[in-house]
Design a protein around this ligand. Sequence first.
Ligand code: GDP
Length: 362
Amino acid sequence: MNHIENSHEYTGLTVNSGVSQPPSVNPYIQRRKRKPLPSAGELVEGILKGDITMLSRAVTLVESLSPAHQSVAQEVIEKCLPYSGHSKRIGITGVPGAGKSTSIDVFGLHVLKSGGKLAVLAIDPSSERTKGSILGDKTRMEKLAVHPNAFIRPSPSAGSLGGVARKTRETIVLCEAAGFNNIFVETVGVGQSETAVHSMVDFFLLIQLAGTGDELQGIKRGIMEMADGIVINKADGDNIKRAQLAQAQFRSALQLFPPTASGWKPEVLTYSGYFELGIPEVWNMIDRYFEFAIANGYFDLKRRQQARYWMLETIDEQLRSHFYQNPDIAAMLAEKEQLVLSNRLSSFIAARDVLQTYFSNK
Ligand code: GDP
């Protein structure tokens, strides 16, 4: 092959042609056969026995886009539902760098000290773009990753936020059926994913950092309103004073908020995930919340409301995907889009035309 580098511009440089790529590095190697897909019954049996391999395979089916996988997944979920619900579901959020993975690692070990099992799941809408999520990544939670009673699963990566969130919600059901009595759902505290996480957990923990004194500015009010507990991380070394100041600021800010639906007053604590300071105190707060919400009935009420929310969300999501995946609609949409972009058709008339076609094809 005549390489461009061999032209006279590149004097002193000669590039030899290489050898062609052999069809296989080792022609004697046998291609590994794919393991056959277990049936829904086998998966359920494995999950109920706490078999992690079967649990992982079922979660993979939940995350799969293939309709055949989806139908097995739905059957598994349905059969697992009666065994689900017996766990503490805790949402954990914070901006990148707040210390989520460090904290989840130590919070997780603390929880596991009193027995039981812990699943760490994640919702990361950005993974849609980056094709793979770092949230819930095992390498970020070194101690939990090797703990026999911990199951870590990164965020499902395909689809809309609604789709990603639904998959995590379904994974919770499977984990609970497999005997996981603690579920953490991690998310990045920067966008709408908090609402999705909030709608699937019992307790919502917001990890904050002490900053320059105006930390309240950068936080979306909505996220603070959702929090049942705000914990200020990195309260160690010469950062302790600043963390305490931030604590006082958050406390006074919370007083301006309307009372929560549960009647619980969100608490603000400081801790250090890295130096493992104040961890039992954070957990003590969460335990107190559960006692409080179970006793006044809010725990149950919230779970029922969440079940309704997920029914409606699922309908929403499936309607959308049925619509957008219809090839006739996709073609028509592309055409109408051009007309709308070039001002030759109004948005509303374009929408009406497409919807009419969709509904008349039903
Ligand atoms: P994430 O992006 O929210 O998951 O944050 P990480 O857990 O990866 O932590 C971000 C950085 O903060 C890392 O360099 C951690 O070592 C550091 N870090 C986490 N927790 C603490 C803490 O309690 N104290 C101090 N000083 N540093 C911490």
